[in-house]
Design a protein around this ligand. Sequence first.
Ligand SMILES: [Zn+2]
Length: 385
Amino acid sequence: MSQATLSDPELLARLVAFDSTSDRSNRPIAEFIRDYLDRPGARVEALDSPDGTKVNLVVHVGPEVDETSRAGLTLSGHLDVVPAGEPDWQSDPFTLTETDAGYVGRGACDMKGFDAIAVNLAAELAGRRLRHPLVLILTYDEEVGTIGAHHFARSWPKERPLPRATIVGEPTTLKVVRMHKGHTDLRLRLHGVAAHSGYPHLGKSAIEPAGRAIVALSELRRALEQEPCPNREHFPEVPYVALNVGTVHGGSAINVVPEYCELGIGLRVLPGMSAEPLVERLRQTLAEALGDEPFELVLDHDSPPLYTPEDDELYRHLCTLLQQHATAGVSYATDAGWFQTMGLRCLIFGPGDIAVAHKPNEIMPKDEYRRGGAIFRRLAERCCG
Ligand SMILES: [Zn+2]
């Protein structure tokens, strides 16, 4: 059945209405997009996550990808959103609400606003004869560690190349970004022996060694802040590897000797660096601080940094179009780090401001949204038309 095409804000409203928080399945929103793109000229594939609860969607419009030139355009966005439980929401987060300033709702900015533009672009181009293909990659679980993109990069068949020029439409207030930091999530697990706190000699605290670990990690954090890193000139605010002890969970009650404590640790490496040696250094630091205390250090998720050279053709074109002169890096990780490992040339570029993402009353400014839609249509015309 051929579908009517909605305007970008109308489609955005439909996407926002799906509660696709990362701890839920994204199948309902993926099904909706699949139905919406059920029209001649568009091919939609749903690729199951390893546990079968979620999907990456791949949309293909136009001719097959030429293996040599890999011409065309790949656009990518994530379908999941962060939780919307904050009490400060002034409207229902899953009902897109229009105000004078813009469109408000969970994901309006990060990043269903872009998703709606990309899906509509596929719908608009589906009926046309294109010179080169347009491909969309819509991922699951970006917000909890670029898990869907990692799975996609691991499992997409090498014999099916994708258009090399790639834009990940995370909110950048329509500034083109060619590099970002990575993010590595680690868990430190410490085990003790539970006991009634009146008889502490029968137990062993898991929290006390965690305290020593925290002190050692904060010293490592300060040391890292002094060390020069590649590409640091592009990250003037934080020109070093950032280390964060983000969570501490341990103990069950005040009158119980705690048998378990876990620290969540994040590392953000700069483009041109690998997380591996830093993880090893962190392990050494912990081994020294903890002495003969046994511990587990587990790598939870890894999102590689992104680096696209300045002479990239699409980057140059966008800079000219936007009259942008300075290269700026961003300090958050995106799916692009994984796509780069597949040989895609990635840029980060999208409407909306990352500063309002992950917050109550997340907003997409109207003018910027309209401008963003127009720029992506021009780009698609240039790369595929
Ligand atoms: Zn995002």
